[in-house]
Every structure is written in structure tokens, then in C-alpha cells.
Ligand binder design. Structure first.
Ligand code: KIV
Length: 273
């Protein structure tokens, strides 16, 4: 497979994402949590790299995103930023570091920016976290919003099913999306909501709307790297397209190495000093 040729190696900024939306160019976004993968993803030409709190699931093996700490997110953020030359790097504020106390939210966002050198932060929620978002924005830190199936609220939802199918929840989502744009978020992620609703939000808002399980009518797409590369094999929702089967490839490679060690075939004469 040939790697897409980049016609523009300039650093991606929040402003450039806005321009991409204006000219109808779709935005690519993928998660990364470590230096080596972030380097490959950036070199492949990804527009946005998200250091997602999904690190809690795919890196730390937790069932939900709730346990990951700010220190752990900063560790992942630092590793990714070191590798990235072109993509915009977004770091998630983890659960419990911004809800309910806007001063704490600002302190969390400042730690992320100072310690990781990322470009911006993402957090989940609408009107409930308005004060936190406004305070963070006042410090000049760009904020990406996240609505729909917000995994940090999984205990409230009680299910990972599609959100905002009901009229009332759809209405609140549209109001929250308008609010996030109005108070100054530069972009918005919509997760697992009906495609028609997501398309409606994307066409109404001037800021880029990135979808995950939100259909093709939005301004860009985001996936979790371990899911789309087939590293995390136990997760196959309808919205996921697998672009590689690294899980099988890694198992094959590791088994071949075990066999060679056991049989004495590795190392051979050329592989020693
Ligand atoms: O943490 C994450 O990976 C995310 C994406 C699912 C958008 O927030």
C-alpha cells in the first residue's frame, strides 16, 4: 500500500482546521499514546493526533476511561508530542480533573500545556462544564468539545448504545453544540449519535465537527488506533473499519521468535559477535 503523499508539511493549527472545513476538506484524526506509534502516524500524514483518555482502556487495560490520572495523561502526552512534527496534538483532560470546579479545570489544562507541550486539550460535556471551558479559554488554551456518547459518563448512561436517538436528548445535544461554539471551542467531537443529527450539527456550526460513529456528514473522522489497526481484537462496533490486522501479525511474529529460540535456530552465526 502506498503512503499518501503530503502536499503540505506545515504544522496543523486550529486555524488550519477551520480553513479545511471552509473548503470542504475532510479532517483525519487518530489516537496515539506513545512515541513510536505517534511518529509513524504523523509521518503518514494525519491531521490531528488525539492523546485520548482511551489510553485507560487500550494502554492500561481498564474497563472504562475513568481511572486514568492527569499524571498518566501527561506521561502519554509528552511521549506523543516528542514524536510529532506536523499534526495538531490534542490531549484529553481525564475524568475528575475539570468537572465541577473551573479553577481546578484551568490548573489541569495548564499542567497539560506546560508539561506536554501539546497544542490544545479536549474535554467532555456541554452546559454542565461551561464555566470550566470558559476559564480554560481565558488562559489562551484551545478547547475541543466532545458530545454524544461521552465515555467519562458511562456510569450515568449505563450502556454504550447510540445516544441522542430520543428527541429531548437530541435537542440538548444541538443546544450544547451551539453553546460550545459560542463560548469559543475550536472544534467538536460527536461520538456514536445518529448520522442525520451529526450532519445537521456539522452543517449548522462553523467550527469543525469530527465524528466517531456519527456518519459521513461531518467534517472529519476519529478512531482509536488500537481498534482500526486490529490490535484490540475484541471490539467490533458497526462504525469501526479495520485497516490492518496487527493483532494477528504480532502473534505470528512472536510465535516465530519463540519457535526459533526453542529450536536453537536464533541466533545464527551472522547474528552473533
Ligand atoms: O479517548 C478517546 O480515544 C476519544 C475518542 C474516542 C474520540 O475521546
Amino acid at each position: 500500500m502506498s503512503v499518501a503523499k503530503l502536499d503540505d508539511n506545515r504544522k496543523v493549527t486550529t486555524h488550519r482546521l477551520f480553513e479545511m472545513k471552509q473548503r470542504g476538506e475532510k479532517i483525519s484524526m487518530l489516537t496515539a499514546y506513545d512515541y513510536s506509534m505517534a511518529k509513524l502516524i504523523d509521518q503518514a500524514g494525519m491531521d490531528v493526533i488525539l492523546v485520548g483518555d482511551s489510553a485507560s482502556n487500550v494502554m492500561a487495560g481498564n474497563v472504562t476511561t475513568l481511572p486514568i490520572t492527569l499524571d498518566q495523561m501527561i506521561y502519554h502526552g509528552k511521549s506523543v508530542v516528542k514524536a510529532v512534527k506536523r499534526a495538531l496534538v490534542v490531549v484529553d483532560l481525564p475524568f475528575g480533573t475539570y468537572q465541577g470546579n473551573s479553577k481546578e479545570a484551568l490548573a489541569s489544562a495548564i499542567r497539560v500545556m506546560k508539561e506536554t507541550h501539546a497544542d490544545c486539550i479536549k474535554l467532555e460535556g456541554g452546559a454542565e462544564v461551561r464555566e470550566s471551558i470558559e476559564r480554560i479559554l481565558c488562559a489562551g488554551i484551545p478547547v475541543m468539545g466532545h458530545l454524544g456518547l461521552t465515555p467519562q459518563s458511562i456510569n450515568k448512561f449505563g450502556t454504550y448504545t447510540v445516544r441522542a436517538r430520543e428527541e429531548a436528548e437530541a435537542k440538548k445535544l444541538v443546544e450544547d453544540a451551539r453553546l460550545l461554539q459560542e463560548i469559543g471551542c475550536f472544534s467538536l467531537v460527536l461520538e456514536k449519535i445518529p448520522a442525520t443529527l451529526a450532519a445537521r450539527v456539522a452543517s449548522e456550526l462553523a467550527i469543525p465537527v469530527i465524528g466517531i460513529g456519527a456518519g459521513g456528514g461531518v467534517d472529519g473522522q476519529v478512531l482509536v488506533m488500537h481498534d482500526m489497526l486490529g490490535i484490540n481484537q475484541g471490539f467490533s462496533p458497526r462504525f469501526l473499519r479495520r485497516y490492518a490486522n496487527l493483532g494477528e501479525e504480532i502473534t505470528r511474529g512472536v510465535q516465530a521468535y519463540i519457535e526459533d529460540v526453542k529450536s536453537g535456530d536464533f541466533p545464527n552465526e551472522k547474528e552473533q559477535y
